[in-house]
Ligand binder design. Structure first.
Ligand code: NI
Length: 138
């Protein structure tokens, strides 16, 4: 982390009221911390636009393991992407439903490819991607 810098922000009164109520809902203690998080979020989102960029994130999958051959298909698919998968955690939510958290690190294009292939696999109910960063500046 670098040196903390101060800057002034001019904001419409109504927008500031809305922002302060957002801070309360999100449990922020100061406007500064909320603004820092919003800046980081914008920078991470921008980072994910460039497909050749190296990033990190997680893919969360929900599926019914009784679906024919689904577990095998998902394992095979993950083996095809072993270079970008750091870790996988499997949680049995109930008798039928499984949740998997796949931690990924690699090129954005490869991460999107893996996510879309997992999502398109028959029986997968949900496959969301949480985008994060490897940048030391954010
Ligand atoms: Ni399971």
């Amino acid at each position: 982390m670098g040196i903390l810098k101060r800057f002034g922000v001019s904001v419409d009164e109504n927008l500031l009221k809305k922002f302060d109520s957002y801070l309360k809902r999100k449990n922020y203690k100061t406007r500064s911390e909320a603004i820092r998080d919003l800046i980081r979020k914008a920078l991470v989102e921008e980072e994910w636009i460039r497909e050749d960029r190296m990033v990190a994130g997680t893919i969360t999958l929900v599926y019914d393991h009784h679906q024919k051959e689904l577990s095998d298909k998902l394992t095979k698919l993950q083996h095809n992407y072993y270079k970008i998968i750091i870790s996988t955690q499997h949680i049995h939510l109930d008798h039928n439903i499984c949740l998997e958290i796949i931690v990924v690190k690699g090129k954005i294009k490869d991460i999107y490819d893996l996510q879309s292939k997992l999502k398109a696999t028959k029986g997968v109910k949900h496959a969301s991607l949480s985008k994060s960063t490897l940048s030391k500046q954010i």
